[in-house]
Each structure stands twice: as C-alpha cells, then as structure tokens.
Design a protein around this ligand. Structure first.
Ligand SMILES: [Zn+2]
Ligand SMILES: [Zn+2]
Length: 318
C-alpha cells in the first residue's frame, strides 16, 4: 500500500510566495503588479491572473556523511635555477594548524615555502664559475712577441723575445667563466610540492536530484539538510521500494521524473560502495510544482514549491 501525498495547490503556493516577496521587496512588488493611481493591494495579485503555466515535478533527497581523508600522499621535488624560484606560488602552513578541505580553494598538492633549500651546484662544486686555461695566452700567463732589433753599424737583424703578462687573465694563465649549470649563482634551489595538511573530518553532504532542473538545486539541498522537518515528503528505506512507488505516491509521472529517479539511484549506489561515505538518512521523495509566471509589466519569473500541501518550501527567481 502506498500513501498518496497531497501536493500543495497553486493558490497556496502563490500566496506563500506573495507574502515572502512583499516582505523582501515591497517596492518591486508594487512596481510589477500595481496599477497607476490605485492603492496597491496584495489581494489583487492572484495566481489565476499571473501564473501562465505549471509543471508537476519531483525531487529526491538523501544525506551522506563523507570523511575527508588527508590529501594524497607523496611528494614531488623541483630543482630550479635561482632566478626561477620566484616564479612559483608557495604556500605555508606553519602555525596555521590543519586545513578544512571544504574551504580549500587550491590544489591538494602545493609548493611549500618552508621546503625551499639551496643545493650547491655539482658542476662547479658551488663556486659559481669554472676555471679554464686562458685562450689568449694558452695558459702560460704571458704574451710573447718577437722584436726585430737592428744591431750595430751594420744594423744586423737580430730576433729578441719580448714577453709581458697576459691582459685577459692578469698573468695567471686561467680564466673564470660563469658556470653554465647554475648560471654563476653557486647553488641550484630545491622545493617540494607536498600535500596540504588537511584535517580528517566527517562532513554531512546533502544529495538532491530534481526533475525541475532549477538553479536552486544546491540551495534546496542545503535547506533540506538543515530543516528536513519543515518540509513533508515520503520516506523510503531503499531505492527499490521508492522506484516502485514513485507514481502512486505522487499521483503523476513524466519522463524527467524517471530520469531523475535513475540518476538518484546510481548516485545512491555510488555512495553505498564508497568506503569513505555513509548514507545517514532515509530517501525522501518530494513533489515539486514549477510555476511559470508573468507580471503585469511583462517580466517573467518562476516559483517552485517543494513538499506536500501540509509542509512545503518555496523558491523563486522573482
Ligand atoms: Zn655551477
Ligand atoms: Zn691569459
């Protein structure tokens, strides 16, 4: 035996929306529904006049507890030239305690500032330069030139060696050239890409599937998570039961609802298999009414209801 749930009627939904809308922005209501020269009255704003179309849809909800384990283990090391160190974005968790994964907006593995470390260049043994034989003097430290000297009255040609210190190596015979490996900076620099130190926390996650495909899925899920008692749906303890009773419970059915049930079921199965997850609620089936409205001024908007005629919530993009 299944119990058919009573869906809220259009006037009830519209009334609830109207009261909420006028509390939120009375001026906007007057502008969109008022008549020039007449005193604005909410009573004159009726579903019959402004609701152009409606659709009967459904939503499925359940809650899951998920443990957020530590980030993937491991580390990656990068070795870079000194001027490239500043091109990386570093993170520091020193004294910051553990991080809540839900609030974290970057990768799970990030370069850690504290891991930056100088590594003496292997090529030049940390000197920054290489010592090579001077090319100008071939390592001798001196330049030798031959002078032709004219000797005596006969001016007899005689060769003499004239030697002076090499200007390229200051007479040392060696020249220092910046090391090609470290660019003369003596060191290479190492930093580590490490996991963010996440807290291991258990969080509650609302899972919502709705056939109305509204932009409020996330909000509806969050609301249900907080106030499941404020809205009435039909509860099931397993999906098989739900699947067999969707239509008799709602009193209607459509293709989108079937698809939604299918998507919710495969999601449910995934959580059942997930070692880090635990389904913590029953499965709720809610009727959803989607109302397409148009104001006196021609602005279009939608109102959604979620829940039974006894207890329902509304959403609108008015
Ligand atoms: Zn070097
Ligand atoms: Zn030289």
């Amino acid at each position: 035996m299944s119990v058919r749930i009573k869906t809220p009627n259009l006037d009830e939904i519209f009334e609830k929306w109207k009261q909420k809308a006028v509390r939120t922005d009375k001026k906007k209501m007057e502008k969109q529904f008022g008549t020039k020269g007449a005193v604005f009255s909410l009573d004159a704003v009726s579903a019959a006049e402004y609701v152009k179309d409606t659709m009967k849809e459904a939503a499925i909800y359940f809650a899951v507890k998920k443990s957020l384990g530590p980030a993937p283990k491991g580390k990656e090391e990068n070795l870079v030239l000194a001027p490239k160190v500043s091109r990386e974005q570093y993170y520091s968790f020193k004294g910051a305690g553990n991080i809540n994964k839900e609030n974290w907006k970057s990768n799970d593995m990030v370069p850690h500032y504290e891991s930056i470390q100088a590594v003496p260049c292997k090529n030049c043994k940390g000197k920054g330069y290489m010592e090579n034989k001077c090319k100008t003097c071939k390592g001798t430290g001196k330049i030798e030139e031959t002078l032709t000297v004219l000797v005596g009255e006969e001016q007899k040609k005689e060769k003499k060696i004239f030697s002076y210190p090499c200007g390229a190596c200051y007479g040392t015979g060696n020249r220092q050239e910046p090391c090609k490996e470290c660019g003369g900076h003596k060191n290479m620099y190492k930093y580590e890409v490490l996991p963010v130190p996440f807290k291991t926390v258990i969080t509650g996650v609302p899972i919502l599937h709705s056939s109305a495909q509204t932009r409020y899925e996330k909000q509806i899920g969050d609301d249900l998570h907080k106030m499941i008692e404020d809205v009435e749906g039909i509860r099931f303890s397993d999906f098989k039961e739900l699947e067999s009773k969707v239509e008799p419970s709602l009193g209607y059915m459509n293709k989108n609802i079937s698809k939604t049930v299918g998507a919710a079921r495969s999601d449910y199965r995934t959580y059942e298999k997930d070692k880090d997850a635990q389904i913590t609620s029953q499965i709720y089936l809610f009727p959803m009414i989607q109302m397409f409205c148009e104001t006196k001024r021609g602005s279009k908007f939608e109102i959604y209801s979620l829940g039974s005629g006894n207890k329902f919530m509304i959403y609108s993009n008015f």
